[in-house]
Design a protein around this ligand. Structure first.
Ligand code: NAD
Length: 465
């Protein structure tokens, strides 16, 4: 039954909007398919004793930037420190052997002040509300830093896809999409790939959402396969952007990427693509890793062979590619010119920041560096290009994909690359200008730019009612 009313708990404020979209409010939890909440207490999940909280880290970054913005309206700042809506769904999935497993999925929408919510969907055992909140907030600043008309969101399912068959991953994707479909759409919230999701997962999301709507809706996700309205250049966009920004930062520090020693943590979409770009530009990629560990050759790796070995995961891979094995911890501490953390968050912290031996860090991953580590790195003179600038290439080309979908256009790869490079170059210059003018590091400067743009848009729209 397409578009049949479904049920949801409405905690506050969303009634008419959701009813207009085929939802019936519900007060009995056992009948509800999901939880729609507006503006809950952000701290609740992060107060678990001793647990590292990503959202606390994200908020402390905002507060550090806000201290440098004396004209920032305090009410608007308070609003920006909260997410707008948090959707949590528990859903059953038929597994291959006939059993039923219940999964927990999230879609957290931080801000749609400057445009529809936008952000990836990840499948990972560590996915939780705290992580989703922080990642959604960073998406808002990122879209604002590169000045594209999107807000910020993030989603994920707590699961380990490496232990699941392709059919099980498809089942999880389709049922999760069904549960969150009333809250997403080309004008509302547009998911994209993130850790352990890919164009195939986006195709399943698009198909499930389209089935729910009764017609094909290409613009509901970005990062789709080309055959389904995906954009040329989207798959490589984040890694390419990391390289473009790294080259600009290297030039600013008076060295060239050609001949530079590069270490990359993460051999997935972002890390793998960045490694290829660095290699193509004449850099020496001396180490690369995945969750199981790294490959290291001080003379430079054969990047294609290393990525191929990593994609097949053999422990014997090291000999095959003329490298030695190295742990992820040791990899981060290798001597190099450019360190690219491109795996997950919270990798460079107070305990290892004093031991890093790189000239600069370019954050491919979201949130790889803690605020304590930021301070240590700044003291040590290690230059850092923050995630909300360095890995913005993905959301920029996602924006191109969305524009092409809405207008039924097809841009060439050359057009995409030219526009991507132009936007990143402008954003880099704008952030650098703020860093120089205000005498702050690049993270604070990028946040000041992003937060300032969101605050300006909020002020223009006004607080309703
Ligand atoms: P991916 O799943 O393609 O690759 C992730 C890589 O990190 C894999 O090689 C994996 O083995 C490795 N990894 C996972 N856990 C690890 C750990 N604990 N230690 C070391 N390595 C580990 O994901 P991706 O799309 O390349 O995303 C990587 C990072 O980049 C994430 O932080 C993501 O949020 C961010 N990012 C991705 C995009 C995008 O377009 N895909 C855009 C912006 C930011």
């Amino acid at each position: 039954m397409i578009n049949a009313p479904r049920r949801v708990i409405l905690i506050s404020g969303e009634g008419p909007a959701l009813e207009a979209r085929g939802f019936a409010p519900c007060t009995r939890p056992e009948e509800c398919v999901g939880l729609a909440r507006t503006r809950g207490r952000q701290e609740e999940s992060m107060e678990e004793a001793g647990k590292f909280s990503l959202v606390r880290m994200a908020i402390s970054q905002v507060e550090a930037a806000a201290r440098r913005m004396p004209h920032l309206d305090q009410g608007i700042l308070e609003k920006m420190k909260h997410t707008k809506r948090e959707i949590i769904v528990h859903f059953p999935v038929k597994m291959d052997h006939g059993t039923v497993r219940v999964f927990t999925g999230y879609r957290v929408q931080h801000s749609d002040t400057r445009g529809p919510f936008k952000g990836g969907i990840r499948y990972h055992p560590a996915v939780d509300l705290d992580e989703m909140r922080a990642l959604a907030m960073w998406m808002t600043w990122k879209a604002a830093v590169v000045n594209i008309p999107f807000g910020g969101a993030k989603g994920g399912v707590e699961c380990d896809p490496s232990l699941m068959s392709e059919q099980e991953v498809e089942n999880v994707t389709r049922r999760f999409t069904w549960e969150i479909s009333p809250f997403i759409g080309p004008e509302v919230d547009i998911p994209a790939p993130d850790v352990a999701t890919n164009p195939q997962v986006m195709a399943w999301i698009m198909d499930t959402f389209s089935t729910w709507k009764g017609h094909a809706v290409h613009g509901v996700v970005t990062g789709k396969p080309l055959e389904l309205g995906g954009s040329r250049g989207r798959f490589e966009a984040t890694g390419k952007g990391v390289f473009v920004v790294a080259a600009k930062a290297a030039k600013h520090l008076n060295f060239s990427v050609a001949g530079a020693r590069v270490v990359i943590q993460g051999a997935g979409n972002v890390g793998g693509t960045a490694a290829r770009q660095f290699k193509r530009a004449g850099a020496k990629v001396v180490a690369i890793s995945d969750v199981r560990g790294g490959l290291y050759n001080p003379k430079g790796l054969d990047v294609e062979k290393a990525l191929d070995a990593k994609s097949r995961d053999e422990c014997a891979a090291a000999q095959e590619v003329d490298a030695e094995e190295i742990t992820n911890e040791d990899l981060l501490e290798l001597e190099c010119d450019i360190l690219v953390p491109a795996a997950i968050e919270n990798q460079i912290a107070a305990q290892n920041a004093p031991k890093l031996r790189c000239r600069m860090i370019v954050e491919g991953a979201n949130g790889p560096t803690t605020p304590e580590a930021d301070a240590i790195l700044a003291d040590r003179g290690i230059y850092l290009v923050p995630d909300i600038l360095a890995n913005a290439g993905g959301v920029i080309v996602s924006y191109f994909e969305w524009v092409q979908n809405l207008q039924e256009l097809l841009w060439t790869e050359a057009e995409i690359t030219e526009r991507l490079n132009r936007i990143l170059a402008n954003a880099f210059q704008e952030v650098l200008a703020i860093a120089d003018r205000e005498r702050v590091d690049m993270r604070t400067a990028a946040l000041m730019l992003g937060i300032g743009r969101v605050a300006g848009a909020t002020k223009l729209r006004g607080i309703f009612p």
